[in-house]
Design a protein around this ligand. Structure first.
Ligand code: NAD
Length: 486
């Protein structure tokens, strides 16, 4: 819910089934990145707010876990219907605070709804195993039980979808949940939770707070929080993992990325170029699955770069809400400056700019056009660090083995892709690369809701991945029951 006073809209918390707009808190500002206009102000929860939300969630958990799973998922079926009905409105809110194009926002909302659809299958997904007569007259079964209050801390780049990697699964398993979305984009998750309220979720089962490190720390140290799901940058993911694990909590922490796109000389170049454009510049490069390093192998570089540079120059950059726009602005002014500083570093460290996004900056809004650097070397900053913007670095290599060595020397391992007409090259690459999500002629290898999602190495800290069957394992405890009757 968005409360309005005389000047500016205020984003609310949702606690125990009611909307609250606390006063006297530290405030953040939500802007439209396409124009820089202020959309709303958001209060940041303090430790007392978090404590009250967690206690509410704990009380609700004690009742919710007793509700049969078949009844719990009825709320999610109704939620799915409401999300479908209001999907375009959600996408419009998403574009207004995040900047991604309308098409991209609608795709994200579609993926968001798919999470709910999968969680509706919880009566089957939560089933355990059983075997009678494991010894004479002795039967054995496993059951899955909810774990308690779970917390979710989410990033700015997928404010509709990423919270749904977590709470529909957690709730369907019988847990209660505290969601702390990114303070940069609180409007989309707030609207989504309004719809969950309208779907009839009992009070306290899901609670929404907003905030920064203060609220996150209060969640990490709260004894009643039993599990923490995090998605965001690697330094914060590492911190969340080590802090929550030290408190004895279950943790899954998905971090940042530096994704390599390998192009073999036998690839279909026009189709490959379209896939690279979508991967590197879709959502202005603000995706954890975005291609960030392009690795042409052998003779691939010549024909590939000629087509890619021409297509990149023609890319329509502007307000994501306008028709025909292919790439919107970056999320905030600060982030835009940070990405621009990487372009400056690329030039300073000797890379060759084939397309320079600084030429497409605008007077208003946080715009930076797509940038391609050629002749990048693995030691350059732009080759090593996550930029999270529309900057593509080209590192040329001679063989597929060189490409594999390059990818495996990278400390991140979130996603990658290979473009080739050869099944042998694709098989070789997909089995030898140390990366969690691999595309074969697919530029954004985003697993669907019924498959697990996470990277390797510094892109993920934990064991059980997001959504799919891993989410059921993450949000439940397994118990073995042996019985003998006489
Ligand atoms: P971020 O790490 O800055 O913030 C993520 C969340 O953590 C937010 O809710 C924020 O309020 C909170 N947070 C920020 N700093 C904190 C701190 N010091 N202590 C405690 N909490 C803190 O990430 P972002 O900028 O919102 O999102 C972009 C990042 O997320 C990129 O690195 C991207 O790769 C990553 N990401 C990863 C995946 C994945 O699946 N691996 C998916 C989406 C985004």
């Amino acid at each position: 819910m968005i409360a309005t006073d005389s000047k500016v809209a205020l984003v609310s918390f949702y606690i125990n089934g009611a909307w609250e707009t606390p006063r006297g808190r530290t405030m953040g500002t939500v802007t439209n990145p396409a124009t820089g206009a202020v959309l709303a102000e958001v209060p940041y929860a303090n430790a007392a707010d978090v404590d009250s939300a967690v206690r509410t969630a704990h009380a609700a958990f004690l009742k919710w876990r007793e509700v049969p799973v078949i009844d719990r998922v009825q709320v999610l079926y109704r939620y799915k219907t409401l999300l479908d009905k209001y999907s375009n409105d959600l996408a419009a809110i998403l574009t207004s605070e995040n900047g991604k194009t309308t098409d991209d926002a609608r795709m994200e909302v579609r993926r968001m709804i798919q999470m709910v659809e999968v969680a509706c299958g919880m009566p089957s997904l939560m089933m355990g195993d059983s075997l009678n007569d494991v010894a004479a007259g002795l039967d054995c079964k496993t059951i899955r039980q909810p774990i308690g209050v779970c917390a979710g801390i989410t990033p700015f780049n997928f404010p509709a979808m990423v919270p749904m990697w977590m709470h529909p699964f957690a709730i369907a398993c019988g847990n209660s949940f505290i969601l702390k979305p990114s303070e940069k984009v609180p409007l989309t998750p707030t609207r989504a939770i309004e719809l969950l309220h309208d779907a009839g979720l009992p009070p306290g089962v899901l609670n929404l707070i907003h905030g920064d490190k203060v609220s996150v720390d209060a969640l990490l140290h709260h004894p009643l929080v039993k599990a923490v799901s995090f998605v965001g940058s690697t330094p914060v993911a590492k911190y969340i993992y080590s802090t929550a694990a030290a408190e004895g909590k279950r943790v899954q922490a998905l971090g940042g990325a530096k994704n390599h796109l390998i192009v073999m000389p036998d690839a279909d170049m026009p189709k490959t170029v379209e896939a690279i454009i979508g991967s590197a510049f879709g959502a202005a490069g603000e995706r954890c699955l975005a291609g960030s390093v392009l690795v042409p192998v052998g003779d691939a570089a010549g024909p590939l770069l000629e087509l890619l540079v021409a297509r990149t120059r023609s890319l329509a950059v502007g307000d994501g809400a306008a028709p025909g726009i292919e790439m919107g602005p970056l999320v905030t002014g600060d982030h835009c400056k940070r990405v621009e500083s990487y372009v400056e570093k690329g030039v300073a460290e000797g890379a060759t700019p084939l397309v320079d996004g600084r030429e497409r900056k605008a007077d208003a809004g946080y715009y930076l056009g797509p940038t391609i650097f050629d002749h990048v070397t693995p030691d350059m900053t732009i080759a090593r660090e996550e930029i999270f913007g529309p900057v593509l670095s080209v590192i040329r290599v001679n063989t597929l083995d060189d490409a594999i060595d390059l990818v495996n020397s990278c400390p991140f391992g979130n996603a990658t892709a290979i473009f080739t007409a050869s099944g042998k090259s694709a098989r070789e690459y997909s089995s030898r690369c140390q990366v969690g999500m691999v595309g074969i002629n697919v530029g954004v290898a985003a697993p669907m809701a019924f498959f697990p999602f996470a990277g390797w190495k510094n892109s993920f800290f934990g064991d059980l991945h997001a959504h799919g069957k891993d989410a059921v394992r993450f949000y439940t405890e397994q118990k073995v029951i042996m019985s003998r009757w006489w």
